[in-house]
Design a protein around this ligand. Structure first.
Ligand code: UD1
Ligand code: UDP
Length: 353
């Protein structure tokens, strides 16, 4: 079986790394990197640390507005799909790279499989929500991390080819945690003590591109009275520089860190503040309480389990949530048992028989 995998943005490298390991035992995987993320710290470091083979193709699309970026991907992908003629195109998550892969595959009648299907924020102002909905409706195989995603798809009339497989990011966490502990020196290099700092990430358009919202988040970080380690996404770095914001002395702004350092920072943080999807789940798997800086989340299971609070960006709510975290003792397996990649490969194989 020949699988053509489309990746392009940071979280997709983590997800594809987990599946690649299993897929390559028996099958051929062609990796196509759209080039949506291109900084060393946003792309190459993940290929190196997670042992992902060098991409067979890199479209080098880079940054642009949604239409120009997605359009350029479509144009550059088509001849490659034609040449490779895979049995499946495999796409991950909800980025513009996901959407482009899905559109080209379906126009060319190549079977399409979507990992992380059925996730919904029910907020169509989010660019990711459009990408998810369209990709799910074009896919022949839909790999859901948990039951809620299946319910979301059902509400939209999507019931065929839908499977619960667990979450491939959990596979990656289980595989790499021990290495992170062994290799990461991030705590000592930043002079941090376990459980005595907060970890923050912010990159959602709604938080970054609204100057007043970003200013409020940064000012709130400065008022938390604890060290806040803040690996800053390039979108956010640019916005901070453009607006000329200064940060509180307790806020350690650092470049985006590699995956192993990130896992170790997450595990040792007292609380994580984030608007990332992946980081909310990783916080849960490490048993680190999470405060989500959004008005809604796709990962409602973590909220229902009591380990994640969704507070938006209002100062009082953020400060209150960080000071008063009180997660329960129980932390059940919400997104499978770490065998999502095996389940995905088995289902792809079965479908071809
Ligand atoms: C994208 C995804 C988002 C995902 C995130 C993961 C879309 C619509 N959004 O958002 O769902 O959560 O990736 O991190 O696909 N930039 C650099 N260097 C890079 C990459 C980006 O400087 O290597 C800067 C550029 O100024 C660019 C901006 O970051 O314009 C935003 O990048 P882009 O890929 O468009 O969106 P993300 O915010 O990264
Ligand atoms: N991540 C990382 N270094 C960082 C920030 C995030 O390795 O400085 C990892 C994080 O551990 C997770 C993934 O990137 O595995 C999440 O990506 P991101 O937050 O950019 O995107 P989202 O999940 O919101 O789509």
């Amino acid at each position: 079986m020949k699988i053509l995998t489309v990746v392009g943005a940071r979280p997709q490298f983590v997800k594809a790394a987990a599946v690649n390991r299993v897929l390559c035992e028996k099958h051929t995987e062609v990796i196509l990197h759209t080039g949506q993320h291109y900084d060393e710290s946003m792309s190459e470091v993940f290929f190196r640390e997670l042992d992902i083979p060098e991409p067979d193709y890199n479209l080098g699309v880079g940054s642009a507005g949604h239409s120009a970026q997605t359009g350029e991907m479509l144009i550059r992908m088509e001849p490659i799909f034609e040449k490779e003629n895979p049995d499946w195109v495999l796409v991950y998550g909800d980025t513009n790279s996901t959407l482009a892969g899905a559109l080209v595959a379906s126009k060319m009648h190549i079977p399409l499989a979507h990992v992380e299907a059925g996730l919904r924020s029910f907020n169509r102002a989010m660019p990711e929500e459009i990408n998810r909905v369209v990709t799910d409706h074009l896919s022949q195989l839909l790999f859901c991390p948990a039951q809620k995603a299946v319910g979301n798809l059902k509400l939209e009339g999507v019931t065929s080819g839908v499977h619960i497989v667990g979450d491939v990011m959990y596979d990656a966490v289980l595989r790499h945690s021990a290495t992170a502990e062994k290799k990461s020196t991030i705590l000592s290099s930043l002079n941090l003590e376990s459980k005595k700092y907060l970890l923050a990430t912010v990159h959602r358009v709604s938080n970054v591109d609204e100057t007043q919202t970003l200013l409020n988040i940064l000012e709130t970080f400065g008022m938390l009275g604890e060290t806040v380690v803040f690996p800053v996404h390039p979108r956010t770095r640019k916005a901070i520089q453009t607006a000329g914001f200064s940060l509180g002395e307790n806020v350690k702004l650092i470049e985006p860190v590699g995956y192993l350092d990130m896992l170790w920072l997450e595990k040792n943080a007292r609380v994580i503040l984030t608007d990332s999807g992946g980081v909310q789940k990783e916080a849960y798997w490490f048993g680190t309480p999470c405060v989500t800086l959004r008005e809604e989340t796709e990962w409602v299971e973590t909220v229902e389990a009591g380990w994640n609070v969704v507070v938006g960006t209002q100062r009082g709510r953020i400060i209150d949530a960080v000071r008063n975290v009180s997660p329960p003792a129980a932390r059940p397996n919400l997104f499978g048992d770490g065998t999502a990649s095996q389940n995905i490969v088995r289902l792809l194989e079965n479908e071809r028989k």
